[in-house]
Design a protein around this ligand. Structure first.
Ligand code: SAM
Length: 299
């Protein structure tokens, strides 16, 4: 059976009724399997007092399942053609609020502090548009929103990168950013057949349980991420060479800093644990403080 013939469930009926054709440029691969939609909603472990931010509700199939389980759902959709459809479908659902906007631009703190003020915990749940997965995840994590979890469907290969351990080619700045802010878990493998139109890649639902405090102590978060990015700038280069290019002012002290941190300068960035990145960035931070002529208490 072809993918087109399979869209007999709600998604297909709604798209047909409103005459909307899906746009690849907006990452519009909609879910057409009711069981999968339920499974995704269940994997968020929502409680009746919880609030949800949904990114890209599409025609609302996941939105409805989330609203059945939570106290309130705020769904942010960029495509103006879908807004009247969503408003129509959810006219009588008091617990659903549809917002027309770009998740990368709207003020998310306004949502958590006003629209979801009366909810106990806040979760983000979404079948993400794949063309902006990384910027969306980075924004959710770096904005330091009061979130309990982020449960999102992403391209399988991106899920592998997010959950990767040190040592492999999948491990990189995205793995470290996600694992610095949250405990990462793959919760569901999703075949391409449950989408319309059928994408070229399989998908995975991942759950990020956000930490109250990061698992490692970092003196300056910006510097930590700068060190991480620099270490992966050229994967064929040694850690020493990558760091030397990014921090030329440290060249004289780089070898001694690495040796003080117990890190072999010939290693590649992809072999360092988050703990080692934090040690390294704290040593660089201390070096910069000294260079500025500020006095360190213990010296
Ligand atoms: N939730 C629906 C489903 O599972 O069937 C649709 C998921 S589809 C993969 C991604 C959705 O995100 C689309 O509705 C698309 O229009 C929307 N979208 C794309 N970019 C967006 C952005 N920057 N902000 C908000 N929504 C966006």
């Amino acid at each position: 059976m072809g993918n087109e013939e399979r869209i007999t469930w709600k998604t297909g009926e709604i798209l047909k009724k409103y005459g909307v054709s899906l746009r690849k440029s907006l990452g519009q691969n909609f879910l057409i399997d009711p069981n999968m939609v339920k499974k995704i909603a269940e994997s968020a472990h929502l409680e009746s007092e919880d609030g949800v931010i949904e990114i890209g509700p599409g025609v609302g199939v996941l939105t409805a399942e989330l609203a059945k389980r939570a106290k309130k759902v705020v769904a942010v959709e960029i495509d103006g053609r879908l807004i009247p459809i969503l408003s129509d479908i959810f006219r009588d659902w008091k617990s659903i609020r549809i917002i027309h906007g770009d998740i990368l631009k709207i003020n998310l703190h306004e949502i958590t502090s006003f629209l979801l003020q009366e909810t106990k915990r806040v979760h983000v749940v979404a079948n993400l548009p794949y063309y902006v997965t990384t910027p969306i995840l980075m924004r959710l994590l770096e904005d330091k929103l009061p979130l309990t979890s982020i449960v999102v469907m992403v391209q399988r290969e991106v899920a592998d990168r997010i959950a990767a351990e040190p040592g492999g080619k999948e491990y990189g700045a995205l793995s470290i950013a996600c694992q610095y802010f949250a405990k990462v878990e793959k919760v569901l493998q999703v075949p391409k057949e449950v989408f319309y139109p059928k994408p070229e890649v399989d998908s995975t639902v991942i759950r990020l349980m956000l930490y109250a405090f990061p698992p490692v102590r970092v003196e300056e978060e910006n510097l930590f991420f700068q060190v991480v990015r620099a270490s992966f700038a050229n994967r064929r280069k040694t850690l020493f060479n990558n760091l030397r290019s990014a921090f030329p002012e440290l060249e004289q002290n780089l070898s001694s800093l690495l040796s003080e941190g117990g890190i072999d300068p010939k290693r590649r960035g992809e072999t360092l644990t988050i703990q080692e990145f934090s040690t390294l960035s704290n040593l660089i931070w201390r070096e910069r403080v000294k260079k500025r002529g500020e006095k360190l208490l213990y010296e």
